[in-house]
Structure formats: structure tokens, C-alpha cells
Design a protein around this ligand. Structure first.
Ligand code: 6R9
Length: 659
């Protein structure tokens, strides 16, 4: 924990909830919010215990709410048993939701397919029976590498039904990342598709799986299930590979949900850390689902008639909590979209909101910023051309939303009438942590506002001391909550080291810096580690550096983020070649080759936007690369700062780029 934290401007506008919205909301007004917070603070056991009994169906009731005896390895409801898929699907067969659409899927090419809760339940059961028929059982682990689809959601739910722990790998990640995750999670099953369709293009998935499985340490994988999405050509290994429709075929429409212990790992999701290797964030079954469902109901003020659209991919935690689990357990009708926001044009989101009469729309600031840009370049794609009157609530997630983008979203998309819930949370938190309750919390553009009831946060200095309002510091969560990360898969030591440094006295270290204002509102300032945020996706600078260094032409590399108006940050790489420094004529070709390399090894989102070359990296006297100075070069193209503390100040003068 070190590094200077810069201050940010604090926005002054305040938006109170509209009286009609407030009147109809489940949590109505600040007194109601404060009362819930107080209740949770006074008697957390009763607060969480009652919630878990009210909101979840248990196979074996729990007798103990929280076991802190082995902190920070917290255990919630740990002698209880339940099944997550039963709580997401079976419950809706008898509560009036059976024939309500669970998913309205829109493909890249505009084709729409709707499934009711009853149909989805049957589909999940057939798939689960098929998977069980291949010999998989509770305790096995499956990697899912799939496009956004009803099938992907059904496969996740089918795993949950059988007690198989899944780990979804984002379809935009490459073979190497996929291989790394298959090995780390010790998967015995991989579920994929032939190809995925994005913006009219087919991108192979099965081929990447084949390549990953040809790599070392993948011998545990016995079977590969393939969803036929595009009909594109695939290589086939008889005995190992199975079509999804074939394993489903002839299976019964029912499948008894397998009860699992509350702490049974529902999923492991990898996220970039500040060192090279991604961390497998392990989540529980009961605590995770409870909070995913509760937070979905509170923050989205979910109503039975809502049509909810979260644009995240299921490869990220947002897709897990607010597509596959929390929102499904809450019984919401959901839009699931395969494609990209700019295809066939930048009006796609607005057109879909209009056609599907979406009432709650949850997206990322990077998408909002790119659509602001697109709608000024091509005014016919602007939201004003569409009927967005069905919307009643807007949400934002993934990175700080700058006040300008917030206000544009509020006015141009929400017609000035929809609250904007800016939700701060992480893969590790499982669900929302800081977020407004739309019928209660006055909104300030750019602030994720206040902790949800049951959550206690603080902003502290290096020594763990609380900082006064207006002072930037480390954002920490001071009490355990049910959906928190349980451990780093296979690396308990890393869990403790990354999230519970001793100087914090037991608080969870988020890795973000923040400040609180005089109303206790939280303003997120950014990450405190080497994690980059590109289009809301966390990328490990170290991971990209290691990849560059693994290229035959590279001796040393440093990667930094440069602020970017659309993607939040852009990846900028500084490279010291092994051989002589390329001249201006050769540099573009080498830069191109390195970009392709990173794209192939890590994935397209990690591809450096710009590459600089030098014959040495600027280093401190203790030999650390000065990324802070490289960040300034990336931003301004030159250095005006004092560089006298460097071992080799000259290195900066000999950098050339960007390419
Ligand atoms: C849910 C998700 C987590 C990191 C987090 C922070 C940033 C997410 C934010 C936000 C400001 C918000 N972040 N939501 N920053 N305001 N509303 O995105 O999880 O992929 O693990 O990323 O994203 O930096 O630490 P994940």
C-alpha cells in the first residue's frame, strides 16, 4: 500500500428522487434507508439471518449466521444446505412467474428468442441431466467459454443445479488466458460454442479450446461440450467432444437439484491482480446468492413487471450477479444481448430499449461515453430518435462515471425522469457495495453515494486510520458481508495478503482509492495498484508486461494506463528490444507485431494502443521501473518533472514513440 493519491473535483449538483418514484419504491425515503442501516448495524446476526430465511429456499436450515472464528476466512450460514438453481428457477414455477418471460434473447443479427421461467427450467434440467450422464458430479469444476446466449446461462445454471463449480472465461480472452484458467481451476469439463457472433463477424471459440487443451497440464479435462451457435466448421475429437443439443436430446425435463453446503463454491471467476497471475476469486453458494438477490431488489427497485437489461457479458461478475443469479432469483424478465452496441449502428441500444420496452437499463460508463461520441458524429443514432419512455431507472457499473456522462445519460436516455444508480462493487464483493437506493438516496453525478444497508465502509490512510471527509485514501470494507470473496482459489495466502493486510486490523482492502464528502458520499478516485481499467475491464499491467517480455524481440517492458475519454484508460507499453533499437522506419512493424502478440496471448482488450521504444527503462536507484514517469510520457509525450531521483535520467530522453 503506497503511492500518492491525487484529489478530484467534487461535483455539487444533487438530484432528489421524484415523488412518484419514491412513493412506489420498496425502500422509500432516507429514513427508511437509515432505519435498515441501523438495524443491520445494531444486530447483524438477526438482519442477515432473517434475510437468508426470507429470501432463500433452504434444503437444510442453518442454525448459525456468521462464523468469524477463522477470520478472514468467514463462513456464512455454514450448517445450512440449499441449491442455487432451485432458488433461481424452481421457485418461479409455483409463484405465478412460470409463464413470464425469463429471458428475451436478441442475437447479433436481430433474431429474438424468448423463454419463460418454465421453459428455462426445463432446458436447464435437460442440460444438467446430460452433464450428469457424462459422469460429472458435485465437486467437479467446469470452464465455460461461451457467447452471450440462453445456452450459456442455462449451462451455468445446470452446473449450479449439480453442484459443479463453474469458472466462466470471457469470450474475448485468448487461448493462453483460457489455458491458464483451465489449468489453475483444475477443470474436468469445458463447455464452449463453435463460434461467437459479434458485429456481423464470426469469432472461433472451439478452435481456441482445442489449442488450449493441446497445452500442458490439461489432462484432467475429459469432455468438451459444444453449443452449435453459427454452424461454422470445427475440428472434432471423438469421445471427448459432444454437441450440446445431442447431450440434451431425450433427457427428462426435470432434474432433482443437488443440495450443497452454504459455503460450497458456486463459481470461481478470475480477475487481474497487481502481480502477473490472475486471481481465482472463489464465491460461496448461499451468501453470494442472498446478496446478489437482495442487492438486485433494492438497487434496481425490482417490480414484477420490470423488463431489466444488463448489458454486461456473463464472462464478468456483473453478468453473474445481475443476469444469471441475483436478478433471476428475483424473478425479473431480462433482455440478453449477444452483440455489440455499435452494430448495425450506434442506435442499437436505444432501438432495443424501444422494441423490448425496457424499464431498467444497466450499462457501463465506457459504453455511454462511446455512444455520446457516436451520437454527435451520426445524429440519426442519438437517443432522441427513439421512444425510450418505457425506462424508469438507469444504472452504471465498472468504472467511475464522470459527471458529464452521468448528466447526458440522465437527460438524453432517461428523459430527466429516471434515477441513475451508480453502483460500485468488484468481482470480490459479489454484489453492490456502494450504491443509491433509487427511491431514497439523493443522487450526486459522479458519486456512487452510500453503502447499502448491512455494509460498513471507511476511507483510511496507510496505517489504517480513518481519514476525515475530503481526504483521499484507501477504500476499505470494515465488516464481513455474505457475498464476499471466500478465498483465492488454491492460494489462501494470497487471499490474506491481497485483501487483509495486517495494518488494516481485519478490514477488507478494495484496491481503490476514494474520498468521502461532508454527506458521507463516496467518490471513487481509481485503483491504487498496477491494475488498469480499459472499458471497465480490469487488466493487470504486470500480466501484459510479462507477455511482452515473453516475445522473442523484447528484453524489458513496462505497461501503464493513459486516460482515454472513451475507454477510461488506454494501454500504453514501453519496450526495450533485445537487439538494437528500431529506427523510425522499422518501429511501426515491430509495434504491430507486438500488438498482435499481446492480442493473441492475452486477448484483444489488452492490446496496447501505443508502443514506445527505448534502450533502457527509467529506474529508481533501487532498480524499480518508474511507471509514474512513464505515465506522464504516455499522457504528454514528454517529461517536465524532476527526474534527479532516477538511476538513469537519460533513459527518458532516448524513448521514441508512440507507434
Ligand atoms: C463490478 C465490477 C472492479 C473495479 C473496482 C473499481 C471499478 C466498478 C465502479 C468502479 C467507480 C463504479 N469500478 N464499479 N469505479 N465507480 N461504479 O466492475 O467488477 O471487474 O472486478 O472491477 O472496477 O476500480 O475496483 P470488477
Amino acid at each position: 500500500m503506497s503511492g500518492a493519491i491525487d484529489s478530484i473535483l467534487v461535483e455539487k449538483r444533487v438530484f432528489e428522487p421524484a415523488p412518484e418514484f419514491k412513493a412506489a419504491a420498496a425502500v422509500s425515503g432516507m429514513e427508511a434507508y437509515q432505519a435498515l442501516r441501523e438495524q443491520a448495524r445494531r444486530d447483524p446476526d438477526t438482519f442477515w439471518g432473517d434475510a437468508a430465511r426470507d429470501m432463500l429456499v433452504w434444503r437444510k436450515p442453518f442454525t448459525r449466521v456468521l462464523d468469524e472464528s477463522d477470520a478472514p476466512f468467514y463462513r456464512w450460514f455454514d450448517d445450512g444446505e440449499l441449491n442455487v438453481s432451485e432458488n433461481c428457477l424452481d421457485v418461479h414455477l409455483s409463484n405465478g412467474n412460470a409463464d413470464k418471460p425469463a429471458i428475451v434473447f436478441e442475437a447479433d443479427d436481430g433474431r429474438v428468442q424468448t423463454v419463460s421461467f418454465r421453459e428455462l427450467h426445463a432446458r436447464v434440467c435437460r442440460i444438467a441431466n446430460g452433464i450428469a450422464g457424462l459422469g460429472y458430479r458435485k465437486g467437479d469444476r467446469a470452464i465455460l467459454y461461451m457467447p452471450m446466449s440462453i445456452e450459456a446461462i442455462a449451462c451455468m445454471q445446470a452446473c449450479a443445479r449439480l453442484g459443479i463449480t463453474h469458472s466462466v472465461v470471457f469470450g474475448g480472452f485468448s487461448t493462453k488466458s483460457l489455458h491458464q484458467r483451465i489449468v489453475d481451476v483444475q477443470a474436468s469439463l469445458v463447455i464452449t460454442a463453435d463460434e461467437q457472433m459479434r458485429g456481423g463477424r464470426a469469432i472461433p471459440l472451439k478452435a481456441a479450446v482445442d489449442e488450449a487443451l493441446a497445452g500442458p497440464d490439461t489432462g484432467r479435462v475429459r469432455q468438451v461440450i459444444v453449443y452449435r451457435r453459427s454452424g461454422g466448421r470445427v475440428d472434432w475429437r471423438d469421445g471427448r467432444d459432444h454437441w450440446l443439443h445431442e447431450i440434451e436430446d431425450g433427457q427428462a425435463d426435470t432434474c432433482a437439484p443437488v443440495p450443497v453446503e452454504a459455503e460450497h463454491p458456486l463459481f470461481i471467476l478470475y480477475t487481474s491482480g497487481s502481480t502477473g497471475k490472475p486471481k481465482g476469486v472463489q464465491h460461496s453458494s448461499a451468501g453470494y446468492l442472498l446478496w446478489a438477490k437482495m442487492s438486485a431488489q433494492w438497487v434496481f427497485d425490482a417490480k414484477p413487471d420490470d423488463v431489466f437489461w444488463c448489458t454486461a457479458d456473463i464472462g464478468w461478475v456483473t453478468g453473474h450477479s445481475y443476469i444469471v443469479y441475483g436478478t433471476m432469483a428475483a424473478g425479473l424478465t431480462q433482455i440478453v444481448f449477444e452483440g455489440v452496441p455499435t452494430y448495425p449502428d450506434a442506435g442499437r441500444f436505444w432501438d432495443m430499449i424501444q422494441r423490448h420496452k425496457v424499464t431498467i437499463f444497466y450499462t457501463a460508463p465506457t459504453a455511454i461515453r462511446s455512444l455520446i461520441k457516436a451520437s454527435s458524429a451520426a445524429p440519426e443514432t442519438a437517443p432522441a430518435n427513439y421512444d425510450l419512455s418505457s425506462l424508469r431507472l438507469l444504472g452504471s457499473v465498472g468504472e467511475p462515471i464522470n459527471p458529464e456522462a452521468w448528466v447526458w445519460y440522465h437527460q438524453h436516455v432517461g428523459g430527466g425522469r429516471c434515477p441513475v444508480v451508480d453502483t460500485w462493487w468488484q468481482t470480490e464483493t459479489g454484489g453492490h457495495i456502494l450504491a443509491p437506493l433509487p427511491g431514497a438516496t439523493p443522487l450526486k453525478p459522479g458519486s456512487c453515494t452510500l453503502p447499502l444497508p448491512g455494509i460498513e465502509i471507511d476511507v483510511v490512510d496507510e496505517a489504517g486510520r480513518s481519514l476525515p471527509e475530503g481526504k483521499g485514501g484507501y477504500l476499505v470494507i470494515t465488516r464481513p458481508w455474505p457475498a464476499m470473496i471466500r478465498t483465492v482459489w488454491g492460494d489462501a495466502e494470497r487471499y490474506v495478503k491481497s485483501y487483509f493486510p495486517p495494518e488494516l486490523g481485519g478490514a477488507y482492502l478494495s484496491g481503490d482509492s476514494a474520498q468521502l464528502d461532508s454527506d458521507g458520499y463516496c467518490w471513487i478516485m481509481g485503483r491504487t495498484d498496477d491494475v488498469l481499467s480499459v472499458s471497465g475491464h480490469r487488466l493487470g499491467g504486470t500480466e501484459i508486461e510479462s507477455t511482452l517480455v515473453a516475445h522473442e524481440a523484447v528484453a524489458e517492458a513496462a505497461v501503464v494506463g493513459r486516460p482515454d475519454p472513451v475507454t477510461g484508460e488506454a494501454v500504453v507499453a514501453f519496450v526495450v528490444p533485445k537487439d538494437e533499437l528500431p529506427g523510425e522506419a522499422d518501429a511501426p512493424a515491430l509495434a504491430g507485431a507486438l500488438r498482435d502478440w499481446v492480442m493473441r496471448e492475452v486477448g484483444p482488450i489488452a492490446k496496447p494502443r501505443e508502443i514506445w521504444f527505448g534502450n533502457a527503462m527509467p529506474k529508481t536507484r533501487s532498480g524499480k521501473i518508474m511507471r509514474r514517469l512513464l505515465r506522464i510520457v504516455a499522457e504528454n509525450g514528454e517529461i517536465t518533472q524532476d527526474t534527479s531521483t532516477l538511476e538513469n535520467p537519460d533513459a527518458l530522453n532516448r524513448l521514441h514513440g508512440p507507434y
